[in-house]
Ligand binder design. Structure first.
Ligand code: UDP
Ligand code: MG
Length: 319
């Protein structure tokens, strides 16, 4: 296969319902680009028929490459795995559920080449097809990130974007685990452009982003962007200390002037207040300490089971 100009990285987790529709829409787009390409589907440990369907499609679609992860590593880690193994001069990351229209890929590539851009962001002009819950949480997320001073790129840009080889190499070189790509890429400051599109509804199947994964993304984003929460911990601690000192003075004065303080209620209040702030601060510290711990373990965030490209070149396969 010739060296691809474009790698399309597609994370997929249990996407058997949408996969046929996705292939049907993506293939004419990439076939029509007129450049060598590869479509690198990262099968993020799917438990449904996704891997079987992907192998079937590979028979008729030589440009389809499948990277199978051993276990579900999560959306961001799956994209990272795909970028780490992409071979194109450019890489586009796109969700499999057709919320991001593949038809934009050609325009992204052209814009990048014509204007010598390293990044072309896809930005959603319209979120009307997202649920109210998704819109509210998305808004809260971006507002928080902005307040923390994190550059998240153009408004409403998600993970549908084109990146040059230089950008992809910069992403791959990051030692950071738990990286949130939409926060990392703008930081490089490469020349970039934006294309807006209408966010469509998920074509089939259900969202693979339950609340737990959304919260994980939020925590990774916040801790990755800033140490402000640590400072919050410090200030809550200071506040708790001041309150405790005032209560101490109150109790001493009460003792000296001979007031008998019943004390039960205030004891409970103090204990819970101090305990509460300590737990809060410990939790926040734990987030950062945990990240330092996992970073020094340098344990991978994903494990590759096999890459169909290695298979093609006759390299030995993991079972
Ligand atoms: N995805 C993944 N691993 C996960 C969760 C999601 O690879 O653990 C993929 C999923 O198959 C899809 C993309 O990430 O291609 C975005 O997920 P989804 O559309 O379910 O998220 P939503 O649009 O609901 O935020
Ligand atoms: Mg989606």
């Amino acid at each position: 296969m010739p060296q691809p100009v474009l790698t399309v990285v597609v994370p997929m987790f249990d996407e058997e319902d949408v996969l046929p529709l996705f292939v049907q829409r993506l293939r004419p787009v990439v076939d029509g680009l007129g450049v060598p390409y590869e479509v690198l589907v990262v099968d993020d440990g799917s438990r449904d028929r996704t891997p079987i369907l992907l192998q079937q499609h590979r028979h008729t679609w030589p440009e389809l490459r499948v990277l199978r992860l051993r276990a579900n590593a999560g959306h961001q880690a799956a994209i990272s795995a795909g970028l780490a193994r992409s071979r194109g001069d450019y890489a586009v990351t796109i969700d499999a559920d057709l919320q991001d229209p593949p038809e934009l890929i050609g325009q992204m590539l052209q814009l990048a080449r014509d204007e010598q851009l390293d990044v072309v962001y896809g930005a959603r002009s319209d979120r009307s097809t997202d649920s109210a819950f998704k819109r509210v949480t998305a808004r809260g997320y971006y507002d928080t990130m902005r307040r923390l001073g994190a550059d998240h790129g153009p408004r409403h840009a998600g993970d549908y974007r084109l990146m040059s080889r230089a950008t992809v190499d910069a992403v791959n070189a990051l030692p950071e685990h738990h990286r949130v790509l939409r926060l990392v890429v703008p930081q490089f400051g490469f020349p970039s452009g934006v294309l807006t599109y209408r966010r469509e509804e998920r074509a089939a199947g259900r969202s693979k982003y339950p609340l737990s994964k959304m919260l994980r993304l939020a925590v990774d984003s916040i801790t990755g962007a800033s140490i402000a929460p640590l400072r919050l911990a410090t200030w809550t601690g200071v506040l708790g200390f001041v309150v405790a000192m005032l209560l101490l003075i109150y109790a001493l004065v009460g003792y000296v002037v001979g007031l008998t303080v019943p004390g039960w209620a205030s004891t409970i209040v103090i204990v819970t207040f101090v305990g509460g702030t300590q737990l809060l601060c410990l939790g926040i510290l734990g987030e950062y300490v945990g990240r330092m711990y996992t970073a020094q373990l340098a344990r991978p965030t994903y494990y590759v089971a096999h890459d169909s490209a290695d298979l093609a070149s006759g390299q030995p396969q993991a079972p």
